[in-house]
Design a protein. Structure first.
Ligand code: 13P
Length: 254
């Protein structure tokens, strides 16, 4: 299966800075990268249009992701952006349920679920984020916590709607901290999640990608990305530096 590397730019870069970074990344990518890895960039809403224009005009082998979507389709919801609006911008993927949105914008598992269903209706691939806090981990109940996030967040997902679904394990204690999860932590959780979702009607080996995010860097990428169960990475800080981001992509060897 092709691996996937997603750069989550979070609240960084104007659209002009975003175009510059896109061009630097594209320039540094090896010619055959797209044969074994899907490279995805997730800029802010304000940059989606410009980035998409460069990707399509220059025929770049880079896919586009949004960082969020509204749970509503249309109407009096000031400030929201719908799945259909993203679709019309040729957005391929959308991050949903990131822990920063759960924590700072009070997104519940139920809200995340509504967003997932809206994305699937619009044929945008959800990058569904889940992961425990340090407290959950220290208390030892992190697998139950994750099970609940997944069972509620992916409720009513229908098999006929799922062409592809990215499940991103992002332990909160590893995000932006430099404390990357150990490979044993990652394998334990991804194997657990694989069994959990394999019981669901929408599951098939080919359409579920299990990935990791949290302080991924050129130093630790090779060990993580060359582990069989890990289908890719969701990269925050290091995706803002083209050298680091491309080094992470180039560390894939299987
Ligand atoms: P960092 O790579 O900066 O830890 O961020 C991870 C993340 O939140 C990606 O969505």
């Amino acid at each position: 299966m092709k691996k996937i590397i997603i750069g989550n730019w979070k609240l960084n870069l104007t659209h002009l800075e975003g175009i510059q970074l896109l061009q630097k990344i594209n320039y540094s990518l090896q010619k055959d990268t797209e044969e074994y890895v899907e490279v995805v960039l997730a800029p802010s809403f304000t940059s989606l249009r410009s980035i998409q224009t460069v990707i399509s005009t220059d025929k770049l082998k880079i896919k586009l992701s949004s960082q969020d979507v509204s749970r509503y389709s249309e109407g009096a919801y000031t400030g929201e952006v719908s799945a259909n609006q993203l679709l019309k911008l040729s957005v391929d993927y959308c991050i949903v349920g990131h822990s920063e949105r759960r924590e700072y914008f009070h997104e519940t598992d139920e809200i995340v679920n509504e967003k997932v269903l809206k994305l699937l209706d619009s044929e945008i691939v959800p990058i569904f984020c889940f992961g425990e806090s340090l407290q959950n981990r220290e208390q030892g109940n992190y697998l139950d916590y994750i099970k609940n996030q997944i069972n509620t967040g992916l409720k009513n997902v229908r098999k006929d709607k799922v062409n592809k679904l990215v499940l991103a394990y992002e332990p909160i204690w590893a995000i932006g901290t430099g404390n990357v999860a150990t490979i044993d932590n990652i394998i334990e959780v991804l194997e657990y999640v694989k069994v959990l979702v394999s019981e669901k009607s929408f599951f098939s080996e080919e359409n579920i990608l299990l990935i990791y995010g949290g302080s991924v860097s050129p130093d630790n990428a090779s060990e993580i990305l060359n582990t069989k169960i890990v289908n890719g990475a969701l990269v925050g800080g290091a995706s803002l530096d083209s050298d680091k981001f491309v080094k992470i992509i180039n560390s894939i060897s299987i």
